[in-house]
Design a binder for this molecule. Structure first.
Ligand code: 13P
Ligand code: SF4
Length: 369
């Protein structure tokens, strides 16, 4: 008796059958489709992706590298983005109209990007202008929606990534007295502090209460307005983890991502972007010991790629980024098979005006890297 698979008809939902296909068969299918499509297909993968996926990436990188690689690729008809939603949006913004960007699983979002929506941002901008007048420039971490990037582009600002945040803040302070930094308070605070901005000169915009939280109530001193958002992965590295390690293992170096809190970054030995973390570990002495505060898939990969070094996670109970992990082998195969069928699913398309304004913000950043 024929069975109707209701799921098969729902756009964005993987048919059940993919869950039951053996891993070897799925992996062989990816190889087959990649060979069939050749340069018509390009698969970028973020370093936080699982091994079962990243092994098939044509290029692996951090947010900045993947944005640059997407901007340079003009020959692929299909870009199957193994990362999260905001990264696929950025790829769509930077690629041609004839190129189709696909996110294998639409549930691969980013909890940090979700902490700032465009309506909240526009309301905040109006309220902050009432307080500070025309003294602010907006900057947004690329971990944000296309609509927020577009808002920033329209208002004279730029995007930043963890690799170039310092340069971008320096540039922004040459334009205006104050920066509104979205949506990651920690990257904003850590970078501004590095540049000599005191904590007392940083206010925190609470988008839920729609009000500023001042360190000591003095609005005039504020140079940096931080959006109250954070990464739900990196916030799990805490000062107590560093204190425990310092008590037991004095010769283990602590290396963290600047999405970690100010307290954690200050107590660590080194901090920097995903690329920086990879480069530091690569260059480290054999036998050296490291506790790394970033996403778990990457920490485990670094540990297995550098067996001559002792690499652990700063938080032993850490889990991988759940949304990054939505992209798995079954979703990759499903999205590739739909491309072969001529019926791509989960196509990421940013509307023209938003894409154009967001591109302005991204290109202001590219001018500095
Ligand atoms: P980078 O790739 O810029 O280091 O950002 C890390 C991250 O959290 C990506 O979602
Ligand atoms: Fe978002 Fe954090 Fe996951 Fe990166 S690691 S995708 S910032 S939740």
């Amino acid at each position: 008796m024929a069975r109707i698979n209701l799921f098969e008809k729902v756009e964005g939902t993987i048919p059940e059958k993919y869950k039951y296909r053996p891993v070897e068969e799925l992996a062989a299918r990816v190889r087959e489709i990649k060979a069939q499509l050749g340069n018509r297909l390009f698969i970028p993968g973020h370093h936080y992706q699982k091994n079962e996926v990243i092994q098939f990436a044509d290029a692996a990188g951090d947010s900045l590298q993947l944005a640059q690689i997407s901007a340079e690729n003009r020959e692929a008809d299909y870009i199957v983005f193994c990362g999260v939603h905001f990264m696929a949006e950025t790829a769509d913004i930077l690629t041609g109209d004839n190129q189709t960007v696909v996110l294998p699983d639409m549930r691969a979002g980013c909890s940090m990007a979700d902490m700032a929506d465009i309506e909240q941002t526009e309301r905040a901008w109006i309220a902050l202008q009432e307080e500070f007048g025309d003294t602010m420039i907006p900057l947004t971490y690329v971990n944000s929606t296309a609509a927020i990037k577009a808002f920033v582009g329209r208002n004279g600002g730029a995007t930043v990534t963890s690799s170039n945040a310092r340069k971008m803040l320096e540039w922004a302070f040459q334009q205006k007295k104050r920066i509104l930094f979205l949506p990651d308070q920690h990257l904003g605070r850590n970078t501004a502090f590095d540049l000599g901005v005191e904590l007392s000169e940083m206010g925190l915009w609470n988008p839920l209460k729609e009000e500023m939280e001042y360190p000591d109530g003095k609005a005039d001193d504020i140079k940096m307005i931080l959006w109250k958002g954070h990464c739900s992965v990196h916030e799990n590295f805490r000062l107590e983890h560093i204190e425990q390690l310092r008590d037991t293992e004095q010769n283990r170096k602590i290396l963290v991502h600047p999405e970690c809190s100010y307290e954690v970054v200050q107590a660590s030995d080194l901090n920097g972007s995903t690329k920086y973390i990879i480069d530091v570990i690569k260059a480290a002495e054999p036998g050296s010991k490291w506790a790394v505060g970033t996403e778990m898939n990457l920490v485990q990969r670094l540990a297995s790629q550098h067996p001559d070094k002792d690499i652990i996670s700063l938080n032993p109970e850490m889990c991988p980024c759940l949304t990054m992990n939505r992209i798995d082998l079954p979703h990759l195969v499903w999205s590739l098979e739909r491309i072969i069928k001529g019926e791509p699913v989960n196509v990421i398309k940013v509307n023209k005006q938003t894409a154009s304004d967001a591109k302005t913000a991204i290109e202001r950043m590219f001018a500095f890297v």
